[in-house]
Design a binder for this molecule. Structure first.
Ligand SMILES: Cc1cc2nc3c(=O)[nH]c(=O)nc-3n(C[C@H](O)[C@H](O)[C@H](O)COP(=O)(O)OP(=O)(O)OC[C@H]3O[C@@H](n4cnc5c(N)ncnc54)[C@H](O)[C@@H]3O)c2cc1C
Length: 472
């Protein structure tokens, strides 16, 4: 009753202040009806207190390489290129602040695998697994090398199977993976319960070495390293126009960059720049995080160990646990994902319906952990994912002058892949793709998504009728 009264008081205060977000109390909790998502309120960003964005670009400058976007893709590319070519001028242009996008708003799961290759041969499966595992190793080595203040853990994650037949199929899959040299492990229901006492857990695939990471701390910490390596970073600097040529002109509100080459490191926002509009769905995904839970609370909940889990549904649920005991949860239903007409995204401006998403997500979490209804939630946020039709990422170089580099469409595995992208794009920029030539998503074609209004109508119809996400 007291919390309901508090909620109503807070709602009245919101209205009195003329706040755009009207809050509705549900079961004693306060939900924003719409989430103004330009301001990043993720748990991860709250781990970088006092962060001050760098000044915007004013006037004209030049660059050998201009990187558009300050998330994992942009900062990892700037890192590897500036180390390899210290004499070249690299500039990074970020529309808002570093980690404004998905890199500072995700579920924190640092995962292996590349989506979209379920039919891979054992050799390709081993290669895809190996490249992402190496990517995580490289990322953690980078953090340690520069002593970045980044919270991360690598004690493994599981995919849980919620039905006996799917669990049996997962067991067979693990045997095939082990035969291909992939070190995943199958947990039956009893073994799973030792780590996670989830309802409906009939079995799980454990993936060692995967984990959880605070992406905002990583990206913002890396910003300082980049500057020490000679990279110039401009924040509050949206690129509003790209004019291609042997020299590319990038127009920003107060300036211009003349660049020999550029990197599109804008993932779900890339359509706004006129690129890959037919390749990517910008999909909004919602997340919440609890206050730090004591060891007793975690035991009572059923979370005995592991960095995180995802489930086996198309509208995937994902959950992870920070080192200080905060449970982070996202996805799990149609309501927890949204596509906005004409590729609208969080930047610049905009809001998404948070009320339905947050109610649905708490219900989903309670299906797995019935005791979770009582948990104190401290952070709620949403972010833009870049989703391709066949769930395969796209990395490569394009343009008549072959000087427009890109890496995007990670489909929920970007914590690892977008950081690996820096290594791959650096080699492509250096004119040497030998390490990556066998990866099927490097300089590949892609399946096209229909234009609007068919895209929006198709998305709404398909998701409402099937409860799934459109895919090939
Ligand atoms: C809610 C959510 C949960 C997720 N959970 C996971 C997870 O648990 N595990 C996982 O592996 N992946 C997850 N992902 C995906 C992962 O976070 C992304 O794939 C990854 O962060 C993409 O990094 P990026 O640098 O390519 O893009 P972003 O981080 O989106 O960065 C793009 C940047 O470009 C900037 N920008 C946009 N337009 C312009 C412009 N015109 N000019 C200048 N700058 C511009 C944006 O402000 C932004 O900072 C999740 C994503 C979301 C949204």
């Amino acid at each position: 009753m007291a919390s309901l009264t508090n909620a109503l008081v807070a709602q009245a205060m919101n209205l009195a202040a003329g706040a755009a977000n009207i809050a509705w109390p549900v079961a004693g909790r306060l939900f924003p009806e719409r989430l103004e998502v330009d301001a990043n309120r993720s748990l991860w960003v709250s781990g970088t207190p006092g962060y001050v964005p760098r000044p915007a670009l004013k006037g004209t400058t030049y660059a050998d390489l201009a990187i558009i976007g300050g998330g994992f893709t942009g900062t990892s590319t700037a890192y590897y290129v500036s180390r390899r070519f210290p004499e070249r001028r690299v500039v990074l242009l970020e529309a808002a602040s570093l980690a404004n996008g998905a890199s500072g708003r995700n579920g924190g799961m640092m995962l292996n695998w590349v989506n979209g290759y379920d039919d891979a041969t054992p050799e390709l499966a081993a290669r895809l697994y190996g490249v992402t595992r190496q990517g995580i190793d490289d990322l953690c080595a980078l953090i340690e090398r520069h002593k970045l203040p980044v919270d991360y853990r690598r004690d493994g994650t599981v995919t849980i199977y919620t039905d006996p037949a799917r669990a049996a199929a997962a067991h067979a899959l693990v045997e095939a993976e082990n035969a291909a040299g992939i070190p995943t492990r199958f947990y039956d229901a009893a073994a799973l319960r030792k780590h996670l006492s989830v309802e409906h857990g009939h079995g799980a695939i454990f993936d060692p070495g995967t984990g959880q990471i605070n992406g905002a701390q990583l990206v913002r910490g890396l910003g300082t390293v980049l500057e020490a390596q000679g990279v110039t970073i401009y924040e509050n600097t949206p690129v509003i126009r790209v004019r291609e040529g042997t020299t590319i002109t990038l127009t920003t509100p107060l300036g211009e960059v003349q660049a020999g080459a550029i990197v599109l490191a804008t993932n779900g926002y890339t359509g706004k720049l006129g690129y890959f509009r037919d390749a990517l769905f910008p999909l909004h995904s919602h997340v919440f995080a609890t206050a730090p839970l004591s060891a007793g609370q975690r035991q009572a909940l059923g979370w005995h160990g592991l960095a995180g889990f995802a489930d086996d549904f198309d509208r995937i649920s994902y959950a992870s646990m920070t080192g200080d005991g905060r449970l982070v949860f996202g996805g799990g239903s149609n309501d927890a994902y949204s596509y906005l007409f004409n590729n609208r995204t969080i930047y610049p401006g905009g809001s998404v319906n948070a009320h339905g998403a947050q109610v649905a997500m708490e219900e989903t979490l309670a299906r797995y952990f019935p005791q979770s209804r009582a948990l104190p939630i401290t952070h709620r946020w949403a972010g833009t994912l870049g989703i391709t039709y066949d769930r395969r990422p796209l990395m490569g170089v394009r343009g008549e002058a072959r000087n427009v580099y890109y890496s995007l469409g990670y489909c929920g595995h970007g914590v690892t892949l977008a950081n690996l992208a820096g290594e791959i794009l650096c080699d492509l920029y250096a004119g040497d793709d030998t390490r990556w030539r066998d990866l099927p998503f490097v300089n590949s074609g892609y399946h096209r998504i229909p234009p609007e209004p068919f895209r929006w109508i198709g998305y709404q119809l398909f998701t409402r009728l099937t409860g799934k996400s459109p895919r090939l």
